[in-house]
Design a protein around this ligand. Sequence first.
Ligand SMILES: NC(=O)c1ccc[n+]([C@@H]2O[C@H](COP(=O)([O-])OP(=O)(O)OC[C@H]3O[C@@H](n4cnc5c(N)ncnc54)[C@H](OP(=O)(O)O)[C@@H]3O)[C@@H](O)[C@H]2O)c1
Length: 234
Amino acid sequence: MAEQVALDPRRSVVLSAGVDPVVIAAAMNPAMSSWIALRRRIEVAPGSRVLIMGATGNAGRMAVQIARRLGAAHIAAAGRDPERLAALPGLGADDVIELGGEADTVRDALAEVGRDVDVVLDYLWGEPTAAALRAIVPARADDSRPLTWIEIGSVTGPESPIPSAALRATNLRIVGSGQGSVAPRDILEELPGLAAEISRGGYDIAARAVPLRDVTAAWLDAATTTERLVVVPD
Ligand SMILES: NC(=O)c1ccc[n+]([C@@H]2O[C@H](COP(=O)([O-])OP(=O)(O)OC[C@H]3O[C@@H](n4cnc5c(N)ncnc54)[C@H](OP(=O)(O)O)[C@@H]3O)[C@@H](O)[C@H]2O)c1
């Protein structure tokens, strides 16, 4: 919100002319979480089956769309809010799992998807991740089929009681994706391509520009709206 900002040019990306900076500001952070995970932490083989834990958040909604764009053949979206979940098939999810439902129902749904899932993009961690592994591990159709669990966010807890059998009895690999596990220069390399990708359109990004003079109202709105609010100069 300042008139001038000092920044490190080595960590900046110049946007092409004509790019809508509001859309970029709204989408870049949530989009890069899955874009970088799927491009820098794993190679998504064509035909891969992906499960997104926490798919109803901003990053999860983008992950559904980006997983599809990067070649996932089947996408299961797990989240809590029924209304936001219901919108995800329209963005490319093949299955949705309501994590706030009855425990047995949630376990069975995760087991069904987990039989042959290849990649999990996890925005939740904490207990939901441990519960998902408890459901998925005994359900694997082929225990030696690689399963890469990519930890991206920790909305439901910074620690998760991962069952030991998950690592012993299945071909599970847990990795993370973020600054550090991916080198800054590698993140930077991805950003122009992602900005171009977003600018080409085709993504559902609910962005709303808010003039700086209305920032107080926007700040109060932020807790309740599903839109990405982008404060712009008056
Ligand atoms: N590593 C990276 O590169 C990277 C980049 C961006 C973001 N992140 C991280 O990713 C996470 C998600 O970011 P975001 O932008 O998507 O946040 P967000 O838009 O605030 O979404 C968070 C979602 O968490 C869900 N949630 C909260 N408690 C839950 C529970 N007990 N069970 C299931 N879902 C629950 C809520 O879903 P409901 O609406 O269904 O209740 C909410 O929509 C954050 O931890 C963020 O820091 C990481």
